[in-house]
Design a protein around this ligand. Sequence first.
Ligand code: NZQ
Ligand code: ZN
Length: 392
Amino acid sequence: MLNFDFYAPARILFGKDEEKRAGELLKPHAKKVLLHYGGGSIKKSGLYDAVAASLKANGVAFAELGGVKPNPRLSLVHEGIALCKKENADLILAVGGGSVIDSAKAIAMGVYYDGDIWDVYEEGKSIEKALPVAVILTIPAAGSESSGDTVITNEEKQLKYGYGSPRLRPLLSIMNPELFFTLPENQLANGAADMMSHVFERYFTSTTHTDLTDGLCEAVLKTLMKNALLAKKDMKDYDAWSELGFAGTVAHNGLVGMGRRQDWACHNMEHELSAVYDVAHGAGLAVLTPGWMQYVYKDNMGMFVQFAVNVMGVEGSYRDSEAIIQEGVARLRDFFNKMGLPATLSELGIGEDRLEEMAKKATGEAFGRESPIGGLKKLYWQDVLNIYRLVK
Ligand code: NZQ
Ligand code: ZN
């Protein structure tokens, strides 16, 4: 196990009707809130009205900015920064999924940042200060409700970069699984693939003596698969959504990765797909992950046997590791298929023409500073291109 520093203070308020407490919970922290949301699902579901009523009842004034798109755009972040300054907002309430929360975090930093907030994403500059962000989560997926991370798309440059700071951990996150009932099936599937990937990125490691986190990762993965299938059968299954919501937070609050060398190659490769083709993050991960496994497993066969046996339930002779691993990957593909997720880049509308460009951007080669990605196996741009081509 490697040395680590674990500090993950995110208050999660879980359960039915918790969103109705938004005003009461925020009153001690804010006089004026920026209510930030997406393309309209919260208006259709009635959540917007419930939150607005709760803020009003508690005397918390608010300005609002909707219109966050999946793969949240820098231009709206700029608008949000200007609006927060004009309105003197002292807290941002993100009501939505990862895109809304990440946009809120970008605005929260931008209010205090002297210059274009994109610099922080592009150059990794450290930030001194950010407005507090509170969350009402409407989709279990990105884990942004408990992470200190934000991922923003610069639509002009066709770049999608992440940035992390402990200052960006939400002040509090409300998670009522009933709010997930209105999700379309494809968003359930995308979310499941993303939450699983957050565990995979930590689980597949060459670090040894990681019994506790191995077991936590395996439990989270099995919980996600079991309950994603249950929720797909009945999109109003409160218990299944509860498990997914809690597992999604545990998958990405940092705990399951402590003391382990982490990987993150699939996320890096996927962000290029989303930046150029605007595909859903989870769908991109579902395509790339089995291909990545095929490409890297020989570098740590034991880890992949453990995954096949402990997570995917493969039985067989331990003398035949190759067959066990192949069956494990096949079962993962089968799970993604049952969830209705794509298996190839062409299903995402991605052809050969820009694969090399994306591979070179993923490792920095395109900017003259190649630095290989991946913790389990170092991947250079040619490797990334090989993986893209494996899942064409
Ligand atoms: O915009 P609205 O109308 O609200 O519709 C959204 C959106 O179209 C819809 N939706 C959300 N909740 C709903 C709902 N529709 C009906 N009922 C509900 N209850 O779902 C669509 C997708 O929303 P989005 O916020 O984009 O989903 P997700 O949570 O998957 O977030 C994806 C973003 O998070 C980033 C991804 O890169 C991507 O940009 N990530 C952020 C991370 C972080 N900050 O820690 C880590 C992740 O690895 C990830 O990279
Ligand atoms: Zn992700």
